[in-house]
Design a protein around this ligand. Structure first.
Ligand code: GLV
Length: 313
């Protein structure tokens, strides 16, 4: 089988896949002139690649979210697409979210602001039992994150499009389920795929249903958040305690346009922590095993778990 790679770390991917698939020809997509490949392994490939590669039998998306791929105007939509499922990202993102939940639950956000004013004031700790966390999106990564938070001792509510059952999570679905979740959580975590149904799911209405003083963590997609509504809910960030805005703070890793523009108000807002889409880098080893297995199965004509382009994940 002929495999073509399109990735920022193309050489590393080529080497790990060659080691796992010694029979295959594995090459990096060049400027032009690659022979027709059977499979493309790629992260955000340009449209020109699909215009050149017209005989693809399968595509492996080197990430969990397929939004960028599905928005590619030249994507052959009938070609099976396999995406990474957890592949080591789940643990990294769970660590990121746990950091964020503790940041708010143990008042690190307040202490950071107090330090800037040389102020020594201790806040009472809110019990973990009273700190509900809501995880929107119970795919492989969302489930991993929700279970990690439950293991930490937080009551965790999860929300997904279709009903799910998880032992340690209170699962909700549908519009009513979303409302029920919002009313019970102090931190909301967004791990949904970017689809027409999820865009700006965190908007003025949803934010108004959160308890005052709730916080937001978005390691998912920037498009899930209505930025104007977020800024409005945060207020000017100048006051502490009772007078805080409706939303206490936000930890944001994903933005509709990346890198985040230098003049974005998110950078300088006193209640927003910005990280550069680093919550879940794809670990090469775990992901390479998954990619190699998928390629080998597709080459043998065996069924593989593919995404549904209409659902968007
Ligand atoms: C990263 O954002 C991914 O979708 O894997």
């Amino acid at each position: 089988m002929r495999v073509l790679i399109y990735h920022r770390d193309g050489e590393a991917w080529r080497d790990v896949l060659r080691a796992r698939l010694p029979e295959a020809s594995v090459e990096i997509a060049g400027e032009s002139g690659n022979p027709q490949a059977d499979f493309l392994v790629a992260w955000k490939p340009p449209a020109s690649l699909f215009e050149e590669q017209t005989r693809l039998k399968g595509i492996v998306n080197l990430g969990a979210g397929v939004d960028a791929l599905l928005q590619n105007p030249a994507l052959p939509r009938e070609t099976p697409i396999v995406k990474l499922r957890d592949a080591g990202m789940g643990e990294l993102i769970a660590d990121y979210v746990r950091y964020g939940v503790f940041h708010f639950q143990r008042d690190f956000d307040r202490y950071r602001r107090q330090q800037a004013a040389c102020e020594w004031r201790e806040f009472d700790v809110v019990d973990k039992d009273d700190w509900g966390v809501g995880v929107l999106g119970l795919g492989a990564i969302g489930t991993r994150v929700a279970e990690a938070l439950a293991a930490d001792g937080f009551p965790v509510h999860g929300w997904s499009r279709s009903p799910k059952q998880l032992e340690t999570i209170t699962c909700h679905d549908g519009d009513d389920g979303l409302d029920a979740l919002l009313g019970q959580v102090r931190t909301l975590v967004t791990l949904l795929p970017d689809t027409p149904a999820t865009r700006q799911i965190v908007n003025r209405d949803t934010l108004a249903k959160l308890a005052p003083g709730a916080s937001l963590i978005n390691p998912g997609r920037g498009t899930l958040i209505d930025e104007a509504a977020l800024l409005e809910a945060l207020g000017d960030g100048e006051r502490e305690g009772e007078d805080e805005g409706r939303l206490r703070g936000a930890l944001l890793d994903a933005f509709p346009t990346e890198p985040l523009a230098a003049d974005s108000p998110l950078w300088t807002h006193p209640r927003i922590l910005v990280t550069p889409h680093m919550a879940g880098p794809t670990p090469l080893g775990a992901a390479a095993d998954q990619v190699a297995d998928a390629l080998a199965a597709m080459a043998r004509g065996e069924p593989v778990k593919t995404i549904d382009p209409d659902a968007g994940y």
